[in-house]
Design a protein around this ligand. Sequence first.
Ligand SMILES: NC(=O)c1ccc[n+]([C@@H]2O[C@H](COP(=O)([O-])OP(=O)(O)OC[C@H]3O[C@@H](n4cnc5c(N)ncnc54)[C@H](OP(=O)(O)O)[C@@H]3O)[C@@H](O)[C@H]2O)c1
Length: 164
Amino acid sequence: MKLSILAAVSANGVIGKGGELPWRLPNELAYVKRTTMGHTLLMGRKTYESIGRPLPGRTSIVVTRQADYAPHPEVVVVNDFASGLAAARERGESEVFVFGGESLYAEALPEADRLYLTRVHAEIEGDAFFPAFDENAWKLLEEERHEADERHAYAFSFQVYERA
Ligand SMILES: NC(=O)c1ccc[n+]([C@@H]2O[C@H](COP(=O)([O-])OP(=O)(O)OC[C@H]3O[C@@H](n4cnc5c(N)ncnc54)[C@H](OP(=O)(O)O)[C@@H]3O)[C@@H](O)[C@H]2O)c1
């Protein structure tokens, strides 16, 4: 099973603010949907609650330390990151996407095979961050830039990295 990380990150490393995404980029959401469709999303409890429902066409695995957390019958709940990976593997998943937030990204990064990073080309204020990572340890496979327009306040680039 391939372990992938998927995140949208500002130029100053921000991924979230006040429990929400600090931007509205509809074409980025569509890219995330295309990229993850049919696969498993592994996310922290706060990220799940900010989305508020299991995303259609994907298996949602939510990590929490709460013993009796049961947000939705379709959501698989686990109590640590390793159990989340094991649950995805047991389901026969070929590529699991770590979907945030900050602590899940930090836990996944040392083990990840791929990074799908949307670089949001702006300095944004926030309170949740993507962990610092050594870009020399990663090889950029793809990059596609989109300019700001009337629906997108910031320019952004889709990047796909594989571990070098
Ligand atoms: N830009 C992006 O691509 C992106 C993606 C995802 C999220 N976000 C943003 O990031 C923010 C949320 O992220 P966050 O870092 O604050 O929270 P988070 O990682 O989504 O959730 C944190 C919670 O997950 C559980 N958890 C995390 N690691 C665990 C572990 N190893 N074992 C057991 N439980 C664990 C705990 O839940 P309990 O408290 O229930 O025990 C913890 O309080 C929001 O602003 C969201 O919009 C941005």
